[in-house]
Design a binder for this molecule. Structure first.
Ligand code: HEC
Ligand code: HEC
Length: 362
């Protein structure tokens, strides 16, 4: 009897040792297993080419969201990314030039942060950031924006319990560093997707466009035809084409003459190539009704002013795009009704569900 008990205890001991060995194993695994994959809601859009080395996880997206709303990222703790990129404005600002720390004004209009997952040719008006993660650190150190050193940001975040915890959840035991800050923010920005506009519902056969919107849709895509100006289009889709209404290029759309463009040489600042003088990113026109004022310098307050520009105010310059140069002298010959219809169509690109989605709230 005694012997049996001893045997039983011995067996239990081996089982216990075996069990604790298993726990150690599974604990080790947990560090990576605990990460929950995050699936982008791409709807009818094509699959984006996301960076292989920054697989989306819920933990990193959450950290990115915390950082996006974090005022500690600025030198006087007064400004976060969200101060200039307002959700209800398609993550854009409604000012001509955004106010940074100390009320200092930048010299370019802010940009909408939507559908960045499909932007594959650089970020900012001049494309100076190659990857979205490079972009994420730029505003922190920009003296006209957040005016803070990365070193200080890391110090400040390292004092906050919530960040110590969330960095641990997202990246394991690693310390808080600028690479991880940028990777998390890149992930959060990839989740800002706009694909629920009236136009998307129309494409899915769920709703119809009004007569004016549909006329605008055609004018937007049709080329200008000098022989039939009254029936020809505005060829906007030539540059603002495809599902995201952009072409991933830097172009000159006739805002400035050669001498005027000296004020901001755009893409040239990055490439030093004369052919790039006065060229700026062809931005997406999704949510465009929410993002006034318009252009890199916020010079136009309304979409009608934008249409007037393309219709009859194109300025000659050495880098003007040929397709715009072709119609520079004649103008696009759009009537008032044509312009109104194109604007009606542009309004169908507004995605109110993104503008009000609580997932992006602070
Ligand atoms: C003071 C206002 C301000 C703050 C704060 C700010 N931004 Fe911006 N953002 C801008 C302006 C202005 C531009 C355009 C700048 C340029 O082209 O030189 C821009 C451009 C961008 C773009 C480029 C979008 C594109 O289509 O290429 C992204 C992405 C972005 N900001 C994300 C951020 C993030 C992330 C933060 C926080 C770390 C941030 N911004 C903080 C004003 C701001
Ligand atoms: C040759 C290419 C090209 C064509 C054609 C073109 N655009 Fe643009 N568009 C651009 C570029 C480049 C910019 C950015 C210019 C800048 O800010 O310096 C731009 C900017 C815009 C903006 C402002 C975007 C913002 O975020 O502020 C609107 C609105 C716009 N275009 C609408 C139109 C409409 C409507 C048409 C047709 C009538 C049209 N575009 C035709 C290249 C083009």
């Amino acid at each position: 009897m005694n012997l049996l008990i001893i045997k039983f205890l011995k067996m239990n001991k081996t089982i216990l040792i075996f069990l604790s060995f298993l726990t150690v194993l599974s604990c080790k695994k947990n560090v990576t297993q605990d990460l929950t994959p995050y699936t982008l809601n791409i709807g009818a859009f094509p699959k984006p080419n996301l960076p292989e080395d920054n697989k989306l996880t819920k933990e990193k997206v959450k950290l990115g969201k915390m950082l996006f709303h974090e005022k500690l990222l600025s030198s006087d703790n007064s400004i976060s990314c969200a101060s200039c990129h307002l959700q209800e404005k398609s993550f854009n600002d409604d000012k001509k030039f955004s106010k940074g720390v100390g009320g200092l004004l930048g010299d370019r209009n802010a940009m909408s942060i939507i559908n960045m997952a499909w932007n594959t040719n650089g970020f900012f008006w001049d494309g100076r950031a190659e990857l979205l993660r490079d972009q994420a650190l730029g505003p922190i150190e920009n003296p006209l924006e957040m005016n803070e050193s990365l070193e200080n940001v890391i110090k400040k975040l390292s004092n906050e319990e919530q960040y110590i915890n969330q960095f641990k959840k997202a990246f394991g035991d690693e310390e808080i560093n600028s690479l991880n800050i940028s990777l998390a923010m890149e992930q959060f920005m990839f989740t800002m997707i706009s694909n629920q506009s009236k136009y998307d519902a129309y494409l899915a056969g769920e709703t119809a466009l009004t007569e004016s919107e549909d006329r605008g849709r055609k004018l937007f895509s049709q080329e200008y035809n000098p022989f039939f100006p009254s029936e020809s289009g505005a060829d906007c889709a030539h540059c603002h084409g495809g599902f995201n209404f952009e072409n991933d290029k830097y172009m000159n759309n006739g805002l400035s003459s050669d001498s005027e463009m000296e004020a901001d040489l755009g893409r040239f600042k990055v490439t030093q190539n004369n052919q790039d003088k006065g060229k700026f990113k062809v931005t997406s026109l999704r949510n465009i009704a929410l993002t006034a004022p318009y252009m890199h310098d916020g010079r136009f307050n309304t979409l009608m002013e934008v249409l007037d520009h393309y219709n009859e105010e194109i300025k000659a310059s050495s880098t003007l795009e040929p397709e715009i140069e072709n119609t520079r002298v004649s103008g696009l010959e759009l009537s008032q009704q044509d312009k109104e219809d194109i604007i009606a169509f542009l309004m169908t690109l507004t995605d109110n569900s993104l503008a009000t989605n609580p997932e992006f709230f602070e």
